[in-house]
Ligand binder design. Structure first.
Ligand code: UD1
Length: 423
């Protein structure tokens, strides 16, 4: 086999993992907390910030809007908003990170106007923004689409009853943040209930926003005057997807891990599925203790909005099923195209057939190491997990995708006994 090139990750199967891993803050929370600083002047201190590329990309976008950022210590982010904002999110920034769509609500409600480049699709399919637009239009925003840009304006938004046909995470966050300064009361029905949405609500409430129903599928926001919110310090919620990645690694390699800082109450359903596959998982005061004593058993899984099994867990689940005993059927209900990494898994000897939004996975005793590509963040992490279950060496390219969402995946896995190097 060719030697791994710079920037690639090489993984070898060595057997059991043992030890303790700390899970950092959640990417899908911190990016939205950063955007919330648009709403009020002052200096913010975010802690438990993962050291990932997406945080740096979001910092660049916010700097372009007029918010300064600095890192006083690893895992901390200080951000200052002086009120001198440019409500424009340029293409060069937006195309790098999908979460940039989250500036729409805060800039509109704070500045009365916003222009941003239309976010593009992802490797796993189109990502429309119709729910974001309809929610903000109901609050009085006027939209214009031209030359690849979306522009919205409203001197002051007004409260509205918004009911989503689907509990979109991003649309919930945009309407929620826009409603903070709207005139009157906004209700959001069929709101997303993900722990990261709750984290954003909690930061907004500590800034002075009036939000009730936090954590439920009906959020009610009473608008407060612009200027009445203040900057705060906030700790980012732990990353349930990174926690699942380390459990999946344990599942295929075997052994025993303590995964700290992970919140079992945010992972109820997915922990149940890991137990169904034969892992023992006990909540402990600051995380979970997990044991994988024997080969995993196959199960059927379908992805759903929270509290269902998140689509982000799916590449990990398919990787686990590819070496489990029996046959499992995985159904994707959010992004029908999110199966591309399966071709890579098949290069490692996995037996997977896809039909529409279903994948049928027949477990094999062991995969066989080969060069593979990371196509997106979670698919990339799944390739690393697959490498732990493969004879010989698996070399992963496209590692920049993994860097977007994982804080030292290689170092953390190595610290519990994995044979893994970054070249
Ligand atoms: C967020 C997460 C992503 C996760 C997803 C679903 C971030 C940065 N990303 O993405 O990792 O996979 O939630 O849990 O937090 N949809 C529409 N119209 C819209 C908006 C969404 O049809 O206006 C559809 C999407 O195409 C998709 C589904 O709704 O099929 C879910 O999307 P959404 O919940 O909005 O995901 P994101 O916020 O983009």
């Amino acid at each position: 086999m060719m030697a791994p090139a710079p920037g690639q990750i090489a993984v070898r199967h060595v057997g059991e993992l043992k030890g303790s891993i700390d899970v950092p803050g959640a990417k899908n929370a911190v990016l939205k907390l950063m955007v919330a600083t648009i709403l009020a002047d002052g200096t913010y201190e975010l802690s438990n910030v993962p050291q990932i590329a997406d945080v740096a990309i979001m910092s660049d976008l916010l700097e372009a809007i007029g918010i300064t950022t600095d890192v006083p210590a690893p895992g901390r982010l200080r951000m200052t908003n002086t009120g001198d904002l440019v409500p424009i999110a340029p293409y060069e920034q937006v195309e790098r990170i999908r979460a940039s769509i989250n500036v729409l609500g805060p800039l509109l409600t704070r500045c009365g106007h916003v222009r941003l480049s239309m976010p593009g699709g992802d490797d796993f399919g189109a990502r429309p923004i119709d729910l974001h637009v309809a929610g903000l239009e109901a609050m009085g925003a006027v939209f214009k689409f031209s030359h690849g840009d979306v522009e919205a304006s409203a001197d002051r938004l007004h409260g509205a009853d918004v009911t989503f046909s689907f509990p979109s995470v991003g649309a919930t966050e945009n309407v929620l943040t826009a409603a903070v300064f709207a005139d009157g009361v906004t209700s959001i029905d069929n709101a997303a209930r993900e722990p990261e949405v709750i984290d954003l609500c909690e930061m907004l409430v500590s800034m002075g926003a009036d939000i009730s129903g936090v954590g439920s599928s009906r959020l009610v926001v009473r608008g407060v005057p612009r200027g009445s919110l203040r900057a705060v310090a906030h700790r980012t919620v732990p990353d349930r997807i990174q926690a699942a990645t380390y459990r999946a690694a344990l599942g295929v390699a075997g052994g025993e891990l303590t995964i700290r800082e992970a919140r079992p109450d945010h992972m109820h359903n997915v922990l149940a599925r890991f137990r169904d596959m034969g892992m023992e998982i006990e909540p402990i005061p600051d995380g979970v203790h997990a044991v994988a004593a024997s080969r995993l058993r196959s199960i059927d899984v379908q992805t759903l909005p929270y509290p269902g099994i998140a689509t982000d867990y799916k590449p990990l689940m398919i990787t686990m099923l590819s070496v489990a005993e029996g046959v499992g059927i995985v159904t994707e209900n959010l992004y029908p195209g999110r199966f591309r990494y399966i071709e890579e898994l098949m290069r490692l000897g996995a037996d997977v057939r896809t039909n529409g939004h279903h994948a049928v996975v027949r477990g094999v005793p062991r995969l066989s190491g080969a060069p593979v590509k990371a196509h997106d963040i979670r698919a990339g992490a799944a390739m690393v997990v697959a490498g732990l279950a493969a004879e010989g060496e698996t070399v992963i390219s496209g590692v920049d995708h993994i860097d977007r969402g994982y804080d030292d995946l290689v170092g953390r896995l190595r610290s519990v006994g994995a044979d893994i190097t970054r070249c």
